[in-house]
Design a protein around this ligand. Structure first.
Ligand code: FAD
Length: 419
């Protein structure tokens, strides 16, 4: 008899680990909501595809993740290459992304100040990233005050909806722009378009966006939707869920903050460790599916305070099948936090593209915010749970700023220790 594994959550993390475990285990996936997919689920609104939380494209630098992914899909017939052509809207003008490579598109008086800041940074010498105390200090130290005030400060404050001087730097390791000023100078002279750069290629399903990825990965798996896990007990090496399901091991892909009320134990060490993570902070996003005028942009960043929205994702440019309900294009406008529909509709009038709202969604947890010592606290919980054959996986269980590829990578690491 194969051993039983219970996976909580049918997002990309839960489906990935379930697929990896299914050759050794009898795997059951439990999903709280009626539909599978977590953050990456999409729905059709009168024929137009709505990425309910942003817009999801796939890319990975990890060859093992890339291989695993393409073992499940036919790259040539089922996916399109999405070209990253991101822009920043500043003073009603489109500026290239990343902004430091497109200084030549800014007004000359601003460029003078920015260049002065950058020369000062060179004069004082580069500081290693780990010498900065926090995210704000890092941005100021690497880009100078003018670029910080213009773009990095307002954009990051908007998207994280938090005081970025409280955000520790380790959290953003590998995800941060680490520009060298000589590269900045060269880019501004050579004027290379972002869409011509190697990192600008992403993959996107021909049909149904990230819902296609979910549906394929879910094929053949045993998934129970509309089932909220509210209790997990481990007893004599068996794990009991909601008093009725039992397994030999459990992978939890839900929100780690809720575990203190879900894990039923008298173990003081574990209860203390779980209590330590209940107060972690996260951000929600409000998203509006819109019709828009045609353009060739993929992402438009909106750093200015005059806009409440922080980004427009032109999902209609990723695949023509996303626009089947309109003869225009579609896009998703993203706002940090909860906004009421009437306010968002008013805001749409300020944005470019003659936007017409088609559907709204609010996702209370989309961005995790790490603070000092978050990683140590999570690690402690992970270690204590692992002794009971309970494992944490994914963006909200591990409290990591994971993209889909990182969720798959983490599933691979977990799988390697479970077999
Ligand atoms: C705006 C935005 C844009 C993004 N764009 C990209 C992108 O372009 N490319 C990319 O690769 N990544 C992108 N990401 C990141 C990506 O969305 C996440 O990495 C990924 O979806 C996280 O998947 P997950 O399975 O870990 O978590 P989730 O998707 O949150 O899945 C967790 C699942 O567990 C279920 N669950 C939770 N608790 C319980 C319970 N008690 N009982 C039963 N079920 C439960 C939930 O309902 C949910 O379905 C983006 C994220 C955001 C917010």
């Amino acid at each position: 008899m194969p051993q039983k594994a219970i996976v909580i959550g049918s997002g990309i993390s839960g489906l990935s680990i379930a697929r990896m475990l299914q050759t050794q285990y009898d795997v059951k996936i439990i999903e709280r909501t009626p539909t599978i997919g977590g953050l990456i689920k999409c729905e059709r609104i009168n024929g137009n595809l709505f990425h309910r939380v942003g817009g999801h494209v796939f890319n990975s630098k990890n060859p093992a993740v890339v291989k695993w992914f393409w073992d499940h899909f036919d790259k040539e017939t089922e996916f399109l290459e999405a070209i990253r052509n991101a822009k920043i809207l500043f003073n009603d003008k489109l500026i290239g992304y990343p902004i430091e490579n497109f200084l030549h598109q800014l007004p000359p008086d601003l460029v003078k100040k920015i260049v002065k800041d950058l020369l000062n940074i060179i004069k004082e010498g580069y500081k290693a990233p780990e010498t900065y105390s926090d995210f704000k200090a890092f941005l100021l130290g690497n880009f100078g005050e003018t670029l910080y005030e213009l773009y990095f400060g307002p954009y990051n404050t908007k998207i994280w909806n938090t005081d970025i001087s409280k955000v520790p730097l380790e959290w953003l390791e590998g995800k941060l722009p680490m520009p060298k000023i000589d590269d900045v100078i060269i880019s501004n002279i050579v004027k290379q378009e972002e869409s011509e750069m190697v990192h600008s290629r992403f993959y996107y399903p021909v049909r149904d966006g990230s819902q296609f990825i979910i549906n394929r990965l879910a094929q053949g798996l045993d998934i129970t939707p509309s089932y909220n896990v509210s209790s997990i007990k481990s007893d004599d090496g068996r794990i009991i869920v909601n008093g009725e399901l039992d397994g030999d091991l459990l992978v939890y892909c839900g929100d780690i903050r809720l575990l203190s009320s879900i894990i039923d134990t008298s173990d003081k060490k574990l209860n203390d460790a779980l209590a330590e993570v209940t107060g972690l902070l996260s951000n929600g996003t409000s998203n509006v599916l819109c019709e828009t005028d045609d353009n060739d942009i993929s992402w438009l960043y909106l750093p200015e305070d005059k806009f409440k929205a922080h980004r427009i994702i032109y999902t209609g440019n990723f695949s023509p099948t996303n626009n089947e309900g309109t003869n225009r294009k579609t896009c998703v406008v993203e706002f940090s936090g909860k906004h009421n529909e009437a306010d968002m509709v008013k805001e749409l009038e300020l944005l470019p593209g003659n936007l017409k709202p088609l559907a709204f969604n609010y996702e209370p947890n989309s961005y995790i915010i790490q603070q000092k010592q978050t990683r140590e606290k999570i690690e402690r919980v992970k270690q204590l749970l692992a002794t009971r054959n309970i494992y944490l996986l994914g963006r909200f269980a591990e409290w990591e700023y994971y993209n889909m590829d990182k969720c798959i990578e983490s599933a691979m690491q977990l799988h390697s220790i479970l077999i």
